[in-house]
Design a protein around this ligand. Sequence first.
Ligand code: COA
Length: 248
Amino acid sequence: MAARVYTLAQRPRLRAEFSRLHGVAWPPFLRDDAVNAVWPRLYSQFPACQIALCDDAGHVVAIGNGIPIVWDGTRRGLPDRIVDVITRGCQARALCALAAIVDPGQRTRGLSSKIVLAMRDVAARHGLASLVAPVRPSLKGRYPLPPMSRYARWTRDDGTPFDPWFRVHARLGARVLRITPRGNTVVASVKDWEERTGMAFPVSGRYIVPDAFQPIVVDRERDRVHYDEANVWMLHRVPLQQEDDPPG
Ligand SMILES: CC(C)(COP(=O)(O)OP(=O)(O)OC[C@H]1O[C@@H](n2cnc3c(N)ncnc32)[C@H](O)[C@@H]1OP(=O)(O)O)[C@@H](O)C(=O)NCCC(=O)NCCS
């Protein structure tokens, strides 16, 4: 028999088959109410981790239930109880975007929102109901004087965010959660910073450096330059149920 594997995300209509097989699988005494209370979350939050084997006629012949969990790799790090596995798994609720880069030759063609949408799809396929991103606004480097908290609230005349990268996220439905003042922190010697920026820093103090989000702080006595770059945490809610595949 050739069996095909589908996830519940691909075939939401198979949900009842999961219950059917659970109904015939276990000895009657094995009824853990704590597990039963959280089990439906597998189907609502992690449909991409619930798999069904279908025969040629499309009947479900076997199923598997799973959930991604945070695990430190140690024996002791494994939960004692099944209910703890599910509870822990349900805490891993977000995909965190770390970077989105469009090839310089391909920019300003609308590709950036496609990347964000594709990341949301990745989150959905992994049962993650949120995509969070420490967003690095594209134009902040041209406006190094206002703090990020103020810059993030700037809008255009049409009410949309002033910064184009904020705008992309906002247009896709994301909302700001909070500013993180030290998303990137760069500390290096004065010589390093002079090489990296092509500038000279003859005395201690604050300097505006091209593309830096805020002035850098030069301490010549300690031979130390400090730069904190703020990012803005944004949240995209991710719909978990995907369209059913066409029958294959
Ligand atoms: C930020 C980045 C991903 C945007 O990609 P892109 O494909 O060029 O952007 P899009 O064509 O989708 O345009 C998105 C918005 O930015 C605007 N935009 C694009 N380039 C711009 C520029 N140089 N100046 C001002 N606005 C710009 C577009 O007009 C659009 O806004 P609108 O539709 O509201 O008018 C891209 O510039 C990049 O890779 N930058 C380097 C890496 C980076 O900073 N990534 C983000 C942080 S991880």
